[in-house]
Each structure stands twice: as C-alpha cells, then as structure tokens.
Design a protein around this ligand. Structure first.
Ligand SMILES: [Zn+2]
Length: 332
C-alpha cells in the first residue's frame, strides 16, 4: 500500500516506486511561515516496509539522510527567526537628542534635624498603672502616636519622614487593616516603631460585652503576631472610650495598659496642616503622648514641619513603652 500523509490540505503524491517496497509513508512537519503567510513543509520521516535485506539497509541509510537534512533545514530556519526577533529587541531606540538649556539642578535640601539615638528600656512594670495620658519626666521625652492605620499611601509616606529624622513612633493599628496591608505593618516594625492594639473593627467598646471586647482584642493581637512576629504591649480604645471596669479587665487579662493622650490636634476634622502643626506645638510638653492619625493625608502632610519644629524645641522622641518604662525609673 502506498500511503501519503497530508497537512492543511497540502497533498503529497509521491511518484516514486520501488519494486520491493511493500509499504511506505511520508510524514511532513510544518516548519516555517514565509512573509506572505504561506506555510512551508519539510519532510520529517519516510517509512518503508521492505521485502529484502538490501532494501532494509537502503531504507536505514535513506532514513538517516532524510532526518539529518530535515533537522538541518528546520534548525536553520529557527535560527533565522530567532535572529530576526533578537534584532527587533536589541535595536537601539531612535530618540533624537535635544539640548535643554532651561533645566537646572534642584537646590540641595539641607539635612533634617535628627532625633538622638537612645537605648532606653521599653520594659515597663505591670504595676506602672492601668491607664495613661502622659508620663512625666525631666528628659523632654515625648511619644508620638498614630492611629487607625496602616494606610496604603499615607503610612509609607509617614514612615519615610520618621526614618529621615530617626524618630520612633507608636502605631495603634486596626486589625482589619493589618490583614489588608501586611507588608506595611511589617515595615512599621522593621523600622523600629512600636505597634499597639486598636481593635479589629474600631467599635465603641463601652457598648460591647466583655466577650465582644475580647474578640476585638484577640483578633487584632493575632493579626499583628501573625504578620510581624511581635506582640502588642499596649492598647488604645477607639474614641478613647473605655469604662473603668473594662480597663481593669483588659489590664489583668492582656497586660495592656490603656493609652490615651494629652495632646489632641483634632486632625480627623481636617483643619489644615498649619492648624495641626500649631495645636501639636502649643500642646506638647515633656512627657506628652501626642495623638494623630496616619489615616488622613492632611495629617501626614503636616508632619515634616511639625516634627522639625518639635526637634528644634529639644523634644526627644520615644515609643509609648519606653515612655511607660520611665514611670518610677530614675529620671535622666
Ligand atoms: Zn481610632
């Protein structure tokens, strides 16, 4: 039987005939497409079923020769295609170069004041207290706190500003946002800031049962530990709202002191950057806990000049735990 294999309607009708060939078969392979889109085919294989030993030998020789020729033709074609593709990728862009005489190098910004490095302990005593809005000290130490983050745009901007000035802060994060932005939460910790528990859904805790309060704190604590590997050591109730009995319960069960504040610029009302700055500068004194929100872009906008002004006034920034550790400790 003489059998011809075809592809894409491309008939092969071999005119060859051998007396002793019982059966033979062509196999074609699609090898390339030319510029007009026509396919060209290469002979890949020829099969014979032969009647004699001589023809079997001839068959082997013919198969080897055909295979070698076909492979060489295909690889040459593929190399040519690869060369064409490479030449497209590596061709240099034809961008005309024009002089720009109006461009000037931006003026050099002088380095910011930097918070001094301090190796203060953050191990506060469980007996230091249940609730704090400031911690008096003689060293001009203050704690800057930012609530309701992490925020995908504002928190990284704020972190840049703090890093530039070597200022540690304390972030009271919402558990739900920790799960939404784990990479920013990890950055907060990696850059030396403290993280505190600010509940999972930001509810008014005074309206919740103890079981619900525990659920808010537990889910947030677990989100922080899972994300950063560190345990929060203090908590701040949303809106500063927490009954005395709840503060006691949280302190005894979680070891969290309730952290409030003594400086509140009311930045959540978005009064403008100048007002945020002046309220913080006018209200801050040694031992202050300053409340702000990295949730709001205007608050972060106000930070560079606010931080520089606080540094210029001689304040030294510490985390909330470091500030609490000063309670009862010898003053510096
Ligand atoms: Zn809040």
């Amino acid at each position: 039987m003489i059998h011809s294999n075809t592809r894409s309607g491309y008939p092969i009708s071999p005119s060859l005939s051998f007396r002793n060939v019982k059966e033979w078969d062509f196999v074609l392979t699609e090898c390339a497409r030319d510029k007009q889109g026509s396919l060209s085919y290469k002979l890949l294989q020829v099969k014979f079923i032969c009647r004699t030993k001589l023809l079997t030998t001839l068959k082997r020789f013919f198969l080897l020769l055909t295979g070698a020729l076909t492979l060489a033709a295909c690889s040459a074609e593929k190399t040519a295609q690869a060369d064409r593709a490479t030449s497209i990728i590596t061709a240099p862009p034809q961008v005309p170069l024009r002089p720009n005489p109006t461009y000037q190098t931006p003026p050099y910004a002088s380095p910011s004041l930097r918070n001094p490095v301090s190796n203060l302990s953050s191990n506060f005593s469980p007996n230091a207290g249940v609730s704090f809005s400031s911690v008096r000290n003689n060293g001009n130490f203050i704690a800057l706190t930012f609530d309701d983050g992490p925020h995908p745009r504002n928190t990284p901007r704020l972190l840049d500003m703090l890093r530039q000035r070597n200022i540690p802060a304390t972030f009271y994060v919402i558990g739900k946002s920790v799960n939404l932005h784990p990479e920013i939460t990890r950055r907060i910790v990696a850059e030396g800031h403290e993280i505190g528990n600010h509940t999972y859904n930001h509810p008014n805790l005074t309206k919740l049962s103890n079981a619900s309060v525990r659920r808010e704190l537990d889910t947030t604590r677990e989100a922080i530990i899972r994300t950063t590997g560190v345990k929060p050591r203090t908590m701040r109730p949303p809106y500063g709202a927490l009954r005395t009995s709840q503060r006691q319960m949280i302190h005894s069960e979680y070891g969290y002191p309730t952290i409030l504040w003594d400086v509140d610029p009311l930045d959540w009302k978005r009064p403008g950057t100048a007002v945020v700055k002046s309220r913080i500068l006018n209200g801050t004194k040694s031992g202050s806990i300053v409340l702000a929100h990295d949730l709001h872009s205007t608050t972060v906008d106000a930070m560079p000049t606010t931080l520089d002004a606080l540094l210029a006034k001689g304040f030294r920034f510490v985390t909330v735990s470091q500030l609490l550790a000063m309670k009862g400790a010898p003053q510096q």
